[in-house]
Design a protein. Structure first.
Length: 215
């Protein structure tokens, strides 16, 4: 499994918008990092409005529409853990969320399926399933938890999110603390591609993204 180390700080105003079309790895601007794909939530949204590029050993992502980002090399089966650290340099104007997804399949098609675990800067988290083109069913509604970091006085915040897929349970952790646990059967799918989900209008540094065997 490929791992990405921790870089230091969010760089304000970093880079220009990425003109990358879904499935095409690029357009009139920078290409996506090798092996990576992007998909916007709706067909009428264009991922050319999204910047996603390598920065040191991690990534810098700046969204227009909400997107998922994935590389098929990062997948899990059986018991495994997905983790990533997200840094926001300033508090966004809207309550938009970010996090990780797992159990992904047909991510480029109409039968897309995955489960995602997101947090937002008001200290709340959510867990949802994506099943095809329908509205994603919610498994756990927006819930406040002390483990989800809120912005400090400077407006910056950092959250390390993990999903631990076990034989019977799936655990969701923020900064090392369990915020929820579900029966594995309650999750649409567990085996499959893992990646990042970043909602509207966010600017993030992503570090330490990894899929590792075991919990």
């Amino acid at each position: 499994m490929r791992r990405f180390g921790i870089t230091a700080l969010l760089v304000a105003g970093f880079a220009s918008p990425l003109a990358a079309q879904h499935q095409a790895h690029g357009g009139g601007g920078h290409a996506l990092p090798p092996g990576w794909h992007a998909r916007a939530d709706r067909a009428d949204q264009n991922v050319s409005e999204v910047m996603f590029m390598a920065m040191g050993s991690g990534f810098h992502v700046r969204t227009g529409p909400a997107v998922i980002l994935w590389n098929a090399e990062h997948s899990g089966e059986g018991n495994y853990t997905v983790t990533a650290t997200f840094t926001q340099g300033k508090t966004p104007e809207r309550l938009d969320a970010y996090g990780i997804f797992f159990g992904g399949s047909d991510l480029s098609g109409e039968g897309q399926a995955y489960t995602y675990f997101l947090v937002r800067h008001d200290g709340r988290f959510i867990v949802k399933n994506r099943l095809g083109m329908e509205r994603p069913p919610t498994i756990i509604e927006w819930t406040e938890h002390a483990a989800v970091a809120k912005p400090d006085e400077s407006g910056s915040s950092q959250n390390t999110l993990s999903v631990e897929v076990g034989a019977d349970k799936v655990r969701f952790l923020a900064n090392g603390s369990e915020v929820a646990s579900l029966d594995r059967s309650a999750v649409a799918a567990t085996n499959g591609v893992a990646g990042l989900r970043v909602n509207h209008g966010l600017d993030l540094i992503v570090e330490g993204f990894a899929v590792s065997k075991g919990m």
